[in-house]
Design a protein around this ligand. Structure first.
Ligand SMILES: [Zn+2]
Ligand SMILES: [Zn+2]
Length: 271
C-alpha cells in the first residue's frame, strides 16, 4: 500500500491510496484540472482511479468529486447525510454509505467513522488492503478527539491526521472572533496540541507514518506543527516518521513498514 497527499488545507484536499493495481481517492477538493496536474506529478492517470469517497460536503473536500467521477469513471461514495446535503453528489449518482459501514472495492475496503465537524454527516476513512490487512487512515476536519475519532486513528499503518492551527496564532490571527470560535469549537478543527495529544494516545510500534494535514495557511506554521507532534511522540513507542502535507503540492509516497506488509502477505498466502 502507498499513500500520497495530493494537497491539504482549506483550499482543497485529496489523498490517493494505492494497493496493487487499485487506487482510491479520499476527497477530491480540487478542480479536475488541478487534480490531474497533481496526479501527473506522480505518474498516475486519473482514469486509473477506481473510486472516490468524500468525507463531507464542504467545498475543499467535494469540489472536483462529481466532475471527476463523470470525466474519469470513478465510483463515488459518501455518507447518507453528505449526499443529502450536496445536489452535485446526487446528480453524480453518488452511493450512500451509512456511517460506520464499509465499502469493498477490488483490492481495498473503505470503512467509515463518524467525526465531529460542522457538516451534515462527516466521516473519517480507513482504507484497508484486502490482501495484506495493512491500513491507512484519513482523519481531518475534526473538532475534537471523540471516541469514534480515537477508534478511527487506532491501529493505522499510515495516519493522515489534522493539525490545523496553533492556539496562539489562531488567537492573534486575522480571523474575526466568530470564525476563531468556530475553528476552535468541538465541531471545528483540531489544533496542533490536540492533534499531538491524540497521536500520543493511539500510537503503536507499527505506525510507520504520521502525516500532518489540513494546516491553516494563516494560523499555523509547518515547523511549529511538526515540532509539536515530534515532541509528543518522542516519549512514546513511535518508531516512524512525521511529515507535513502541503496545500499546493504533493507529498508521498508513504508506505507501511516493510516487515508488516511482508508478514501480512505471508499470512494472506497461507490462507
Ligand atoms: Zn476541510
Ligand atoms: Zn470541513
Amino acid at each position: 500500500m502507498k499513500l500520497w497527499v495530493l494537497g491539504s488545507g482549506s483550499a482543497g484536499n485529496a489523498v490517493l491510496v494505492e494497493s496493487g493495481d487499485s487506487r482510491v481517492l479520499v476527497d477530491a477538493g480540487f478542480a479536475p484540472r488541478t487534480l490531474a496536474a497533481r496526479l501527473r506529478v506522480i505518474g498516475v492517470a486519473p482514469a486509473s482511479i477506481e473510486a472516490c469517497i468524500v468525507t463531507h460536503e464542504h467545498g475543499d473536500h467535494v469540489k472536483g468529486a462529481s466532475a471527476g467521477a463523470r470525466k474519469w469513471g470513478w465510483l463515488l461514495f459518501a455518507s447518507e447525510g453528505t449526499v443529502d446535503a450536496s445536489a452535485e453528489l446526487q446528480e453524480a449518482s453518488c452511493a450512500r454509505v451509512p456511517v460506520g459501514e464499509s465499502v469493498t472495492l477490488s483490492r481495498m475496503t473503505l470503512t467509515t467513522y463518524g467525526i465531529p465537524h460542522d457538516a451534515a454527516s462527516p466521516i473519517g476513512v480507513r482504507v484497508t488492503s484486502i490482501s495484506t490487512g495493512v491500513s491507512a487512515v484519513v482523519c481531518t476536519d475534526v473538532g475534537h478527539a471523540s471516541e469514534s475519532v480515537r477508534a478511527l486513528c487506532s491501529d493505522a499503518d499510515v495516519l493522515v491526521l489534522e493539525s490545523n492551527h496553533d492556539d496562539g496564532m489562531l488567537r492573534a490571527g486575522p480571523y474575526p472572533p466568530s470564525v476563531q470560535a468556530r475553528i476552535a469549537s468541538r465541531v471545528g478543527h483540531l489544533s496542533n496540541r490536540a492533534s499531538a495529544a491524540l497521536a500520543r494516545d493511539v500510537v503503536h510500534r507499527n505506525l510507520a507514518h504520521v502525516v500532518l494535514a489540513h494546516l491553516s495557511e494563516r494560523c499555523n506554521d509547518h515547523g511549529i506543527a511538526h515540532r509539536c507532534m515530534t515532541d509528543a511522540l518522542s516519549r512514546t513507542r513511535f518508531r516512524g516518521v512525521t511529515s507535513v502535507a502541503m496545500q499546493h503540492g504533493v507529498v508521498g509516497p508513504f508506505l507501511p513498514r516493510a516487515e508488516r506488509a511482508e508478514k501480512a502477505v505471508q499470512f494472506a498466502l497461507a490462507l
